[in-house]
Design a protein around this ligand. Sequence first.
Ligand code: CA
Length: 759
Amino acid sequence: MKFVRIVQTVMCACVVTFGVKAQDIDLTQYVSTLQGTDSHFGLSYGNTYPITARPFAMHAWSPQTGANGEGWKYQYSKDKIQGFCQSHQCSPWVSDYAVYSFMPVVGDLTVAQDQRAQKFAHKHEVARPHYYEVTFDNGMKTEMAPTDRGVHFRFSYPGSGDAYLVIDGYTDMSEVKIDAKKRQVSGWVNNQRFVNDSKSFRSYFVVTFNQPFEDYGVWENVDNKIMPGATSGQGKGYGVYLKFKRGAKVEAKAASSYISEEQAMVTLQHELGDKRRFEDTKLEGQRVWNNLLGRVLVEGGTDEERRTFYSCLYRSNLFSRMFYEIKADGTPYYYSPYNGKIYDGRMYTDNGLWDTFRSQFPLTNILHPTMQGHYMNALLAAQEQCGWLPSWSFPGETGGMLGNHSISLITDAWAKGVRSFDPEKALKAYAHEAMNKGPWGGANGRAGWKEYWQLGYVPYPQSLGCVSQTLEYAYDDFCAYRLAKMVGNDHYATIFAKQMYNYRNLFDKETGFMRGKDENGNWVEPFDPLEWGGPYCEGDAWHYIWSVFHDVQGLIDLFGSNKRFVEKLDSVFTSSNEVHPGTYGGMIHEMKEMQLAEMGQYAHGNQPIQHMPYLYCYAGEPWKTQYWVREILRRLYNSSPKGFPGDEDQGGMSSWYVLSALGIYAVCPGTDEYVIGSPVFNKAIITMENGNKFVIEAQGNSSSNVYIKSATLNGMPLDRNYITYSEINAGGHMKFEMSNQPCTTRGITREAAPFSLSK
Ligand code: CA
């Protein structure tokens, strides 16, 4: 009897706490796609929108509260929705491309975006990764369930009032065709900002309906002119309207292609074939997401922590976007946004690597190494097609931000065992990147590359952001050196070994900061560590001392001792959060976000300093990493529309949360190490692509027991402050004993520190 009761209790615990089997529990219910949507131009709580999509989907879908062309696509504070649009947006700062939208209209036909917009309340909204639903105040219900390259809509019209559907061709040229007999609408749009061959760019779409059209026509959104009965039209912002029976339940299936209308039809048949009903598409999407979210099962923590975790895990798995399509014979091919030609194979786009090399890609290497291999080949293909390695593709290369961080992705993939690309080709492509300047932005090729090679730093005032550039170039050069070393290419190893210590050239012992220098080697005066801009990109001197990802020990040596280094780390959090806008001339949102965080000069709202809390692990005081990481996780993130402490950035900030909540973080992508922090959950089970399971257990964990008292890996004592990718990938069990007191004897030796060139 006793035995049976124990078994029952255990089984109960499995169901009531957090299930062990992914299929037992619907993890999508923990995801809110509204996390971070309560943002505006002046202040970002994520600058996200409710991306409704399959993982890494080619096309995503979103409700739209903003005007066509506006970067703030969906804002939580708005009370009207004007359409449901195909979307690819990475961030409001770059707006969107290949957009067209659907809007159901009840009563009189209105086509203009501000007139057709309808009031709604958030309590009548369901926002999940695979499914979005809203019922407007007028009783009109819209549901959407996307596939990889299409969407399934269900429009449930109220019984009173005429039932219209408006399709909007957005801000640029478009063509529409209506085939009433086939209950089909097709056409293309070509709105975009960053396609390198914009002339050839078209997003072709096909939409089929399960209800007949009672009436129809074409309209254009420049003057909102209606052409009743017209079956086709081409021009700026051309769209269609359709009329259905009053009270109809209309299912619409849509798919898009950058290659042709025929391909859009192939995709429609493949992803949303004839017999498929709305519920089928919705359930399939739920299954896909549950399979992915179930790759990381967590136990313990609060309900809110689980909601935050899974909302972040969803956002970590949206970018980079599959920019390829599947032929009728099942093989992949794509339209190149770099030169407008069609190629066999896979392309990936829509990612700013400056935002994501630090966190999103190191997480992706754990979850999707096969896709990483495809992606590395896509980077090299893009380089052949446009002459440059992508740094900020959207979907063509924009050259946005700084650094040549594709090499970080490439080296990181190689270090973690991905072997499906040619490393020699990658090194050659990188060398070209590092010794040239491309036509777009500062990050294709290198701004200031000649001076960097001649002087060992980028000088001021020739280049704004020169300190940031120098530090990130040196890290990128380290990645090239390391890849060359791993594959036995002495030529490139020798070249880049000379550059990877260049961070030393900008360290000022007097002030303890990285500072700008002019071309004659003089410090830029006057120096104010609180001043943003000038030699620093989107930050101040406090944020850029730490950008020596590959040689933290070398940085400690510049400070002179662990003690001085730790004092400097401590003072980030204890100094005032004062901001001097400098060359920005006024407050930018990142400055406000740093102040709101109330963590001194620690600016988690932007990328440069996000790895800094982990640097205590290099200097013999890992308990301070444990303390601060838990503080950041607890104070700066939640699952609400105000859920991020700044721009989320294509999964970048979400991946920081996911990795850190698991108790690990990649300070130096390009090595195979993850630095140990302090896990939020009592237990996390990561299922690797190869089926191996890696368990991270934190016994006695709680919001006050954030310190690691002792640790073991597969039963053996673990004194170091890092774990390797191969240890994770092999499967195993990392176990911590947690305490409410810092353990000042564990992880304090030089051997315990993670990778540094100077270690
Ligand atoms: Ca950012």
